[in-house]
Design a protein around this ligand. Structure first.
Ligand code: BES
Ligand code: MN
Ligand code: ZN
Length: 498
């Protein structure tokens, strides 16, 4: 999908569909007013008849509006004019994008960027328009023998109209950024939605290599089982023992600044299928454990987006990847392994495998002399119980970093909520036979998982995002969300601006 930015009066545009906002009380946005005037009050007349529900994001498509150069006018409800905030604006964008997808027009012009949104500037509005529009048109039908879409054409080009000519350059850059983020999210969703028999650790590695081939500032490096053995990654390797698929440790580095600049390191959990291992999970919804590599997908997607934006920073994605399966050779409850850090771990539950692969990847990450390390993982069901599907769980050993990430979440609308990492919680990881156990009791499961990771991240500023609740949706809308790429890219954009 292509986006172009223009600065033209609504009445001057020729298009298959003009998208304009309308507020409560028959109040029209400036462009809607323009079209209304041209059509001698046609739009207000229709609103007065009360044919349109007032819920924000609700749409009504008008055909044959008199005097207009556009074949259709798509009205989008925006609620009360004074109440238009970021969350509502996203609803408006989503409603408009979904309606456009349904109409099956190939091209349209949107006047929604002209709307004033509380505490958000034009660049943000345009970035979100690109992101949300792409999001609404995302399909994953490559594994169906016939592609969906019942023959209706897809939106190919959306023109975004702005009201101030002097802002054209800013606007174009913002749209490019939105596109880059949307591309990163589409990549992450594709990887998440692919089944475990296709998206294996080797498949993730080949995707990193493919990304690196497409951009000279990207570099991929893949470690095999043998190399991980040499590095003494005993914890990571204990998880992959039960699998026929070889494990991989993937790094994808982006160099947008001098080599001497410390990088942002993003570590993503890449369990391509989590059966629980010998501590096997119940059958119901076990298929959703193909999404257990969504952390990996999100850090690869973030690096891809940062590379496409060309941000002047260095970023490294580190992805430990393997399957967690039962087998005669699999790790058993009670087994004790030695992590790369030298600390020993008693594995009381083989289903708490995420932390076992992450701890070695976190130890490995120190070699990049990172500015910060952020790990992203579908780590605990307990986090879903605590925060539901709205927010990622955020843990950090550095309060400034935590605040920056929380802010990036608020600005992007991809929110996180901070949880405690207090020393007192560490007690539950006590083991009689090793330095620590890999699980505590049931209480505070998301916190004790983070406490486990904290034992491996003492040498640098670190944050952990538990995305178990936000990485995918279930039921009729089952599918990966691409979160937390909006949060991570917003954070890195902020950092790049200094
Ligand atoms: N990948 C799961 C976490 C998960 C479960 C995410 C359900 C989303 C939905 C993780 O590897 C896991 O199994 N965690 C266990 C930890 C427990 C054994 C301490 C869990 O949450 O039950
Ligand atoms: Mn598990
Ligand atoms: Zn898992």
């Amino acid at each position: 999908m292509n986006f172009t930015v223009k600065n033209l009066a609504a009445s001057k545009h020729r298009s298959a569909c003009a998208v304009v906002g309308v507020f409560d009380g028959h109040r029209l946005s400036p462009s809607a007013q323009d079209l209304d005037r041209l059509s001698h009050g046609h739009i207000v007349n229709i609103l007065k008849r009360g044919d349109m529900k007032s819920t924000p994001g609700q749409t009504l498509c008008l055909y044959n509006v008199p005097q207009l150069n556009c074949d259709r006018v798509l009205l989008v409800r925006c609620g009360k004019e004074k109440e238009l905030d970021a969350a509502r604006y996203r609803k408006v964008l989503h409603g408009a994008a979904a309606a456009l997808a349904n109409l099956g027009v190939k091209e349209a012009v949107s006047f929604l960027p002209e709307l004033d949104v509380k505490d958000r500037d034009l660049a943000w509005r345009l970035r979100k328009t690109a992101e949300v529009t792409r999001e609404a048109h995302y399909r994953f039908d490559r594994l169906k023998s016939k592609q969906d879409g019942n023959g209706a054409p897809q939106l190919r080009r959306l023109t975004l109209n702005i009201t101030d000519e002097t802002e054209l350059d800013i606007a174009r850059k913002a749209v490019e950024q939105g596109q880059a983020i949307a591309n990163g999210m589409a990549l992450a969703k594709d990887l998440g939605n692919l089944p475990g028999n296709i998206c294996t650790p080797s498949y993730l590695a080949s995707e990193a290599l493919r990304l690196a081939r497409g951009n000279r500032r990207l570099q991929a490096k893949i470690l095999t089982e043998k190399e991980m053995k040499t590095l003494k990654m005993g914890s990571l390797l204990s998880v992959s023992r039960g699998s026929r698929q070889p494990p991989r440790l993937i790094t994808l580095s982006y160099h947008g600044a001098a080599r001497t600049e410390a990088p942002y390191v993003l570590v993503g959990k890449g369990i391509t299928f989590d059966s629980g291992g010998i501590s096997i999970k119940p059958a119901a919804t076990m298929d959703e454990m193909k999404f257990d590599m969504c952390g990996a997908a999100s850090v690869l997607g973030t690096v891809a987006a940062v590379a496409e934006m060309g941000l002047p920073i260095n970023v490294v994605a580190v992805v430990p990847s393997c399957e967690n399966l039962p087998d005669g050779n699999a790790t058993k409850p009670g087994d004790i392994v030695t992590s790369m850090s030298g600390q020993t771990i008693e594995i009381l539950n083989t289903d708490a495998e995420g932390r076992l692969i992450l701890c070695d990847a976190l130890t490995y990450s120190a070699r990049f002399k990172p500015r910060v390390v952020i790990d992203v993982a579908t780590l605990t069901g307990a986090c879903v119980v605590a925060l539901g599907k709205e927010a990622s769980g955020l843990f950090s050993n550095d309060d400034e970093l935590a605040q920056e990430l929380l802010k990036a979440g608020t600005v992007s609308g991809d929110r996180a909520w901070q949880m405690p990492l207090w020393e007192e919680y560490q007690d539950s990881l006590k083991s009689n036979f090793a330095d620590m156990a890999n699980v505590g009791n049931r209480d505070g499961g998301a916190i004790t998982a983070a406490c486990f990771l904290a034992r491996f991240t003492k040498d640098y500023r670190w944050a952990h995002l538990d995305i178990a609740g936000v990485a995918w949706l279930s039921g009729g809308v089952k599918g990966a969300t691409g979160r937390p790429i909006p949060l991570l890219t917003q954070y890195l954009i902020d950092q790049a601006q200094g």
